[in-house]
Design a protein around this ligand. Structure first.
Ligand code: ADP
Length: 767
């Protein structure tokens, strides 16, 4: 033991189940990455280590509050690296110390510690107490039958001696922590006497019990013997009774429905019949805990004030007028009928358009709790409904888990990405979802683990999806679809100014700092750093700007930062997306089409090349069956129309056609590329270039009719984003034009085509 007096800064290891006392040599196994990092740091820098003990050994990733403040400065005497990233260290406790401060260190705990010294070390009382300790220790050794054990050598230092003795004979880290924290030698010796006396009592009782048990057992039944011994111990300590009372109270306090309470009580009875530390008993206890953890009778009360609800929706989101209106109507009906029987709302649209966040707003507007479950990639029904208790390590499904997390029976429950659910041999999650979402059935949802019906009828379920087409039909049937579409640049600018920038400033601690991005700056980010329907990447880029500004403010002491158009590059690096059409030459056989994808509209180029040959057709670019068929239709159509465009009829028999849709890795399908293919093929045969300013969409028939398509709004938004000037769309889609935002309509010339000839007329560059 040493007398250090200065405050030290040392790396710390949080020990589990071990307290190192000053003057004692201990072996500790270290496995957690944080602790290993602390260890490496100490050995590299020839530093001592600080060891403090965790209050709860179960905690795997401890926070400051989980660790005792008093610990020991130790010298690392030896370190052995073991396999599997473990290290075994032998340490010697130098002195007690107290943590004064945690340093900011993300790799390991680094602490400022103040050493503390023992007081009252050399008084008469100390000597008397030390003798008492010696006497009791000898008595304990005899009583416990550990008479082979040698007491530590008597040391001059009463505290060192007591510490070594305590390490040897006192079980459990709690007692040792008490000794570690007590710096008054008289008091600690007295406390130590008490601890040894207690151990002597236990050893006595242990002996009596062993005696009792011995007479009862059948020698061949070893397992039975062990159980009996355990039961005898807990009877002696009155534990069985205590546990029964505690659990019974917990069950009563949980205010369960009658059927559930009966189940819980029956399980308690079963539990009491088992040996209390058998694996079965643990399964039983966990089950009862789950039953008690659901807040069976807690319902939050809804906000009924629709004016306030509207204010909240407006507060959280820009625009989206129709959507907000629809949501408010839904809430109003729910309010009046007091029932959740209305169809489940499902928000459908590309990523980043605010589907998830509008659901959060609904919860806020209603004053309800909010929980979210992502269904992306979910294929196993058990994830929703849990495993039966007979499985090892079984737990309830996600629905019950989230209900417990919500802490009430009427939260807003979001099923995110309901279109991404898959099914396989482990069962189809769709059927479980159907049961959950069906108002006729969901008042008695049964989780495989819980085995009791749980009433989900008060939960407000809401779903989101990217692609309506991928939602299983029976589910779609139960839902009311609300479509959200991409934003125009002006809308994005407003969202960024009013929502994203203030939100990110707050998240980066810049609320009261003068950081601003000018409108031109935001426009620059929208046009040249993101290309998306929603605003998710935009938000990310703004976050980057905020992060870098935060560093500038702290590092260079800047008072205010304004990010204008020309500054954006400094924060976000080189431009990511250039304007597609600028500088591109009109080409023969290359046409821009418009496509709809679950992540928003996009443009897609179709290239056609001709070779000398014998009329073969080659289609490449991962085309789906429908798309292949429309390519063949397009070729036949062009063949029929050939004379009109000065193409000789026999040329088709002498030419091989290769149609390619680039970005080969992305599978593509759908009929709406028909007009694009026909135009590319005609352009190739007639050798007339197609304007790069034009994009088109539409299905074709063999007779040259242009048929309507879906997703017009998303497609035109994509054209507008890419800087296209003219879009050709089917005449039958005229009714959908009003859905296109005015801003886009102003910038794009929209041509309605009933016949393919109209398409050719507008797309081919006149010679
Ligand atoms: P989704 O669920 O559709 O993929 P999110 O709800 O996660 O998208 O939205 C991404 C981000 O964009 C969120 O921070 C959200 O608040 C913001 N956002 C989207 N639309 C709007 C809007 N109209 N007004 C304000 N913020 C919006």
């Amino acid at each position: 033991m040493e007398n250090i007096n200065d405050v030290l800064i040392l790396p710390m290891v949080a020990a589990r189940g071990v307290v190192v006392l000053p003057g004692v040599t201990e072996t500790i196994d270290v496995g957690r990455a944080m602790s290993l990092a602390a260890l490496d740091y100490a050995t590299e820098n020839h530093l001592d280590l600080f060891i403090a003990t965790q209050k709860d050994t179960e905690i795997v990733v401890p926070f400051k509050e989980d660790i005792y403040t008093a610990g020991t400065i130790v010298k690392i005497k030896q370190m052995i690296k073991l396999p599997n990233n473990l290290a075994r260290i032998i340490v010697y406790g130098k002195q007690s110390a107290v943590i004064k401060n945690y340093k900011d260190n993300a790799k390991f705990f680094e602490v400022e510690v103040e050493p503390v010294n023992y007081i009252n070390t050399d008084t008469i009382e100390t000597e008397v107490l030390l003798r008492k300790v010696m006497g009791l220790a000898k008595q304990y050794i005899v009583m416990s039958g550990r008479n082979t054990e040698r007491l530590p050598e008597f040391s001059d230092d009463a505290n060192v001696f007591a510490n070594r003795l305590a390490t040897q004979i006192i079980p459990g880290e709690k007692n040792k922590q008490v000794l570690l924290e007590q710096m008054d030698t008289e008091k600690r010796l007295l406390e130590f006497c008490g601890m040894i006396a207690h151990e002597i009592e236990i050893a006595k009782i242990d002996k009596i019990i062993a005696q009792k048990v011995k007479t009862q057992i059948d020698k061949s039944q070893k397992e039975y013997y062990l159980r009996e011994q355990m039961r005898a111990i807990s009877d002696e300590l009155g534990e069985g009774e205590d546990e029964r009372n505690a659990i019974e109270k917990k069950i009563k306090d949980a205010h369960m429905p009658e059927q559930v309470e009966q189940k819980a009580m029956a399980e308690l009875k079963r539990l009491l019949k088992m040996g209390s530390s058998t694996p079965d008993a643990n399964v039983s206890r966990t089950y009862i805990d789950w039953l008690c953890d659901i807040k069976w009778d807690t319902f939050t009360s809804d906000n009924k004030d629709m004016k306030k609800a509207r204010e909240i929706l407006d507060e959280d989101h820009f625009g989206m007028e129709k959507i907000k209106q629809r949501v408010l109507e839904y809430l109003a009906v729910m309010n009046l009928t007091q029932k959740n029987k209305a169809p489940i709302l499902c928000f459908v649209g590309p990523p980043g358009v605010g589907k998830t966040s509008i659901v959060k707003s609904i919860a806020r507007a209603l004053d309800r709790k909010y929980v979210r479950m992502s269904l992306g990639g979910l294929r196993d029904e058990a994830e929703l409904r849990g495993h039966r208790r007979t499985y090892v390590g079984a737990i309830p499904g996600k629905i019950i888990y989230l209900l417990k997390q919500a802490g009430c029976m009427n939260p807003v429950f979001l099923f995110d990405e309901i279109d991404k659910m898959a099914s396989d041999y482990k069962g189809d999650p769709t059927s479980a979802m159907l049961e959950v979402l069906d108002p006729e059935q969901n008042n008695s949802f049964v989780d495989h683990y819980m085995e009791v019906p749980v009433d989900l009828s008060k939960v407000l379920f809401v779903a989101t999806a990217n692609d309506m087409g991928s939602i299983p039909a029976p589910l779609l049937d139960r839902m009311e679809i609300i479509e959200l579409s991409g934003y125009t640049d002006i809308e994005k600018l407003n969202i960024a100014k009013q929502f994203l920038l203030p939100k990110q400033k707050e998240m980066h601690g810049l609320e009261d700092k003068c950081v601003s991005v000018t409108d031109d700056g935001i426009d620059e980010i929208i046009c040249h750093y993101t290309r998306e329907s929603g605003v998710r990447n935009l938000e990310r880029e703004i976050a980057t700007v905020c992060r870098k500004s935060a560093l500038e403010i702290l590092e260079h002491g800047k008072e205010s930062i304004t990010v204008d158009k020309q500054d954006v590059e400094k924060y976000l690096g080189a431009i990511k997306y250039r304007d597609e059409t600028i500088g591109k030459k009109d080409e023969v056989g290359s046409v821009t089409g418009l496509a709809w994808t679950p992540v928003g509209g996009t443009v897609l180029t179709i290239d056609v090349t001709l070779f000398k040959g014998k009329g073969d057709i080659l289609l490449t670019g991962q085309l789906g069956d429908v798309m292949k068929e429309s390519a063949r239709t397009a070729i036949s159509l062009v063949r029929t129309l050939a004379p009109k465009y000065g193409i000789k009829a026999d040329v088709f028999d002498k030419t091989d056609i290769h149609v390619h849709v680039p970005e080969g890795a992305v599978p593509k399908d759908g009929p709406s590329a028909g007009v694009t293919m026909a135009t590319a093929i005609l352009s190739a045969f007639a050798n007339v270039p197609v304007s790069k300013q034009v994009a088109m969409t539409g299905e074709i028939t063999l007779r040259g009719k242009v048929l309507p398509i879906g997703g017009l709004k998303e497609k035109t938004l994509a054209a507008y984003r890419m800087g296209i000037k003219k879009v050709i769309i089917p005449n039958d889609n005229a009714k959908d034009i009003e859905e296109i935002p005015a801003e886009v309509r102003e910038k794009l010339q929209i041509v309605l085509a009933e016949e393919i000839s109209t398409v050719f007329e507008h797309a081919l560059v006149k010679k």
